[in-house]
Design a protein around this ligand. Structure first.
Ligand SMILES: *Cc1c(COP(=O)(O)O)cnc(C)c1O
Length: 429
């Protein structure tokens, strides 16, 4: 595929933007080649500046559950835009989206909208600390919660690729109040509570860790976190920025039968515009300004265009939409697994609903980051490159998951699997 214009733009971009990008994982550092510059996108397809069309399984890293430029979402936002792009004042759209969020996250009496997943988690942590009057957090190796200072420890995602455990620029005191435990290991968490029980404000976890591969946790482990929090007066914060609204039967907490204290959301609830949210029961939310003392604010929070895009996205997520996502996901899982086995590849497909991951190694899927074979990236880079050349775009990192949207059709899936078959054949030669 000719990518000369993309490459030219990348050269120019690199003069003006750090590494040519505004978010590190877009830089294609862990796979072959340069980033691809997009011109436009529609449904399952993105078109790059050289006119190449790609079937997209990244979908802006999660927000676009209905695919790119869904006509109804575009129309809603276009209409809203005529009334103004930002009010800095309350409006109906905030109430409507809050109602939709509360329908799914039943433990929330109140919702607060912000503009990114990072902001949602950062604010949830501040609220938990303010509410409990304690400082210490427990987070898990391989969970990513946005680039929140206190949670930028053992974070996975782009960081897993770059091999950075933490980041320069974060004061040692800031991370000194963050305790790290391995995922799916309740004894490690029990030990931390034994040592620091009455100082722990909250456990922060992606109940479905999806930023360092897809590391499915045992329900029992997650339920035990709930029990430990209750026993020690700590809050349980579920970061459902990526898993929220991905499953027909409710939140990921619902699927595990767990009610967290605070849930952080993002991605899908913005329908492709910048939105994050967090919510909890009244007793906790009353600590938030303007009612309570915990301060949190945002110039563009509850932005009318973002609320409208989010609302339309959630309205379109009816049972049929979820059934279709599940159908496509199951098709992808079955076909990919078959091709991987046929070529005897040391790789498996891990999937839950519309989220999937090419898990390195032939063993059962990992539930902790240290169970992922260290040489994962090299093999994935070849697969990624081969699929890209054949018109199929997966995430440019072995540790990032793939996303199916309602805009995908069966032929996009079977086409990708045929391309994979071909890639693996050439890799064997
Ligand atoms: C993407 C993500 C975030 C950060 O959201 P941004 O909108 O990128 O700031 C936080 N937590 C999880 C689980 C995520 O997947």
């Amino acid at each position: 595929m000719d990518r000369s214009l993309s490459n030219e733009l990348h050269t120019e971009a690199s003069v003006h933007l750090v590494g040519g990008v505004n978010s590190p994982v877009r830089a294609f550092k862990s796979v072959h080649g340069n980033p691809i510059y997009f011109e436009k996108a529609s449904g399952a397809i993105v078109t790059d500046v050289d006119g190449n069309e790609l079937v997209d399984f990244v979908q802006s890293w999660g927000p676009l559950i209905h695919g790119h430029a869904h006509p109804s979402i575009i129309q809603t936002v276009s209409e809203k835009m005529q009334n103004g792009t930002s009010f800095g004042a309350p409006h109906l759209g905030e109430i409507q989206l809050a109602k939709h969020v509360k329908k799914r996250f039943k433990h929330m009496d109140k919702v607060r909208f912000v503009s990114s997943g990072t902001e949602a988690v950062m604010s949830a942590v501040r609220l938990a600390r303010g509410y409990t009057n304690r400082d210490i957090l427990i987070k898990f190796e391989g969970c990513y919660h946005g680039h929140v200072d206190s949670l930028m420890v053992s974070s996975g995602s782009g960081l897993a690729t770059f091999g950075i455990a933490s980041s320069p620029g974060i004061p040692a005191q800031t991370v000194a109040t963050t305790l790290i435990a391995p995922l799916n290991d309740i004894e490690a968490v029990e030990y931390l509570f034994q040592e620091h029980g009455d100082e722990i404000a909250a456990i922060v976890i992606e109940p479905l860790p999806a930023n360092n591969g897809l590391l499915i946790q045992s329900t029992e482990f997650l339920q035990n976190l709930r029990t430990l929090c209750d026993a020690h007066g700590a809050l349980l914060i579920f970061d459902e920025v990526i898993s929220g609204f991905r499953f027909k039967d409710g939140s990921y907490g619902d699927l595990c039968g767990i009610v967290p204290d605070i849930t952080a959301l993002g991605k899908v609830i913005g329908g492709g515009l910048p939105v994050g949210a967090y919510g909890a029961r009244d007793e906790i939310m009353q600590h938030l300004s303007p009612i309570g003392p915990v301060y949190q604010a945002g110039t563009l929070s509850g932005n009318p265009l973002a609320m409208a895009a989010g609302l339309r996205t959630l309205e379109l997520l009816n049972d049929e939409a979820y059934d279709q996502l599940e159908h496509l996901g199951a098709l992808l899982e079955e076909k990919v697994q078959h091709v991987l086995e046929k070529h005897d590849m040391p790789m498996r497909l891990v999937r839950l609903g519309s989220l999937f991951w090419f898990s390195p190694g032939s063993q059962s899927p990992p539930s902790r980051s240290d169970m992922i074979p260290k040489d994962a990236a090299a093999l994935y880079a070849d697969v990624h490159h081969g699929l890209l050349e054949r018109g199929y775009m997966l995430a440019p990192s072995a540790y990032e998951i793939g996303f199916i949207a309602t805009a995908h059709e069966e032929h996009h899936i079977t086409g990708m699997v045929d391309a994979l078959d071909d890639v693996l054949l050439t890799m064997r030669d």
